[in-house]
Design a protein around this ligand. Structure first.
Ligand code: AMP
Length: 437
């Protein structure tokens, strides 16, 4: 299978060759012809499968092959849950479309509206937006969506999880009925199907990864360790190969910051990325990580969602996630596009139940190996009584100083979506702690 055989235009083929993409990934092979034929598409694919190019390439081709006609209103709208994803999709569109004359703009919260308004006023072909900020532009009448021919809902499940359904409905109702709609989601939960039924026209389905599966090139390892010794074990592991870029997951923002301070004290170059960090700080941390200025990036689940880092060799779970599905999302950052990856989790006795959930979800064994010198005082237990951290339990977190820590207005704008988790209805994920991360 080649990109040529999918019917892509020479200008796109050239850009793909320059990117070093040799052949389409399965989602690209499945989705691109369907989109080029003009059908609506329901695609089950998670980050790491090459899903962005699966919609970006045929979208660029369509934009390039048809006339804009009249004033330059956006002709395509891509909705995505987080700023980071919006920025990355924008980067990818620029890379893939470098030999075409298609303009695009990323519209997300956390930065001032002014420059976005000016860009929109000048006219762009493709808008990549987070739902909250887009609704703000609609309210201020700084965006005209009446010319949208193609709508892409990226990570639709995550947008619903983050409470964006009302914004989505509002945006979609402002779009022309006659349009092509592409919906990408890691899972096809009933809510996603309902969204598709309501807003799509006879969609074709493409599914490349069974829901909740991870790349087969990832090997999973667990080091059991007492909670009090996790930090030392992490330093030990990192010291084995300090040149490697390592993404470390922490369950809480406070825990992420604390860990970064400890890593820095130990002489490592580290930064944290989470919802309390400003957009600038997050972009800088991600940039520093990508160019190697820092070697350890400590992230919370929501902040890390969708961060696009090529071929990360190892992901470490400093804490296990409270919800097993988040393990799959975390691990999606390694073992991409055929590369080998390692997922290493440091698991204390108190997290035994979470490990049990993950093993059940993965339907595969995870190698559990004690590290000499870090033996557990209370062994893990993986039976039905396996303990799990209490709801909302934070590790070594000081008591909160009065008041609510929920933001007002669009949570996504103020806090990169992280707090929206605290607000959302917990439909099927009863165990997720309130106000996590
Ligand atoms: P995504 O699932 O869109 O987040 O893409 C995951 C990663 O795979 C990104 O870093 C892409 O640049 C990369 N990628 C996408 N398509 C291909 C391909 N056909 N060959 C190699 N890498 C790819």
């Amino acid at each position: 299978m080649s990109f040529e055989s999918l019917g892509l235009a020479p200008a796109l083929l050239r850009a793909l060759a320059e990117q070093g993409y040799a052949e389409p990934t399965p989602i690209q092979a499945g989705a691109i012809p369907v989109v080029l034929e003009g059908h609506d598409l329901l695609a089950a694919a998670q980050t790491g499968t090459g899903k962005t190019a699966a919609f970006a390439l045929p979208l660029l081709q369509r934009m390039a092959s048809t006339e804009a006609g009249g004033k330059r209103r956006p002709r395509a709208l891509i909705l995505t849950p987080t700023r980071e994803l919006a920025a990355q999709i924008h980067d990818n569109l620029r890379d893939y479309g470098k030999h075409l004359r298609i303009s695009s703009a990323a519209i997300y919260g956390g930065v001032s509206m002014g420059p976005q308004v000016q860009t929109l006023r000048r006219g762009v072909d493709i808008v990549i937006a987070t739902p909250g900020r887009l609704v703000d532009h609609m309210q201020q009448r700084t965006i005209d969506l009446s010319g949208v021919e193609v709508l892409v809902l990226d990570e639709a499940d995550r947008m619903l999880d983050m409470g964006f359904l009302p914004s989505l409905k509002r945006v979609i109702s402002a779009l022309p009925k006659q349009r092509q709609t592409l919906l990408f989601s890691a899972t096809f939960a009933p809510e996603i199907k309902a969204l598709a039924m309501q807003f799509m026209h006879a969609p074709q389905e493409v599914s490349v990864t069974p829901a909740n599966s991870v790349a087969t090139t990832v090997s999973h390892h667990v080091h059991p360790v007492d909670a009090a010794r996790k930090r030392d074990l992490l330093l030990h592991v990192l010291s084995q190969d300090s040149r490697r870029q390592t993404l470390v997951f922490s369950r809480t923002k406070h825990g992420a910051d604390k860990l970064v301070r400890q890593l820095e004290q130990a002489g490592l170059r580290a930064a944290a990325i989470h919802g309390n960090k400003s957009q600038n700080a997050r972009t800088r941390a991600l940039g520093d990580f990508k160019n190697g200025r820092i070697t350890v990036l400590v992230a919370t689940d929501i902040a890390a969602r969708g961060i696009d880092i090529d071929q990360l060799p190892i992901v470490i779970n400093y804490d296990l996630p409270m919800v097993a599905e988040d393990y799959v999302h975390r691990i999606g950052r390694t073992g991409r596009a055929g590369a080998e990856g390692i997922a290493l989790s440091l698991v204390s006795h108190e997290e035994s139940g979470l490990l049990r959930d993950i093993r059940k979800l993965l339907k595969q064994d995870i190698a559990i190996n004690e590290v000499p010198g870090f033996e557990l005082s209370t062994p893990l237990r993986l039976d039905a009584q396996a303990p799990r951290p209490k709801q909302g339990q934070r590790q070594a977190r000081p008591p909160r100083q009065g008041g609510s820590h929920r933001p007002h207005g669009h949570a996504q704008q103020n806090n990169g979506g992280e707090h929206a988790m605290g607000n959302r209805k917990r439909r099927s994920r009863g165990r997720r702690p309130a106000a996590k991360a």
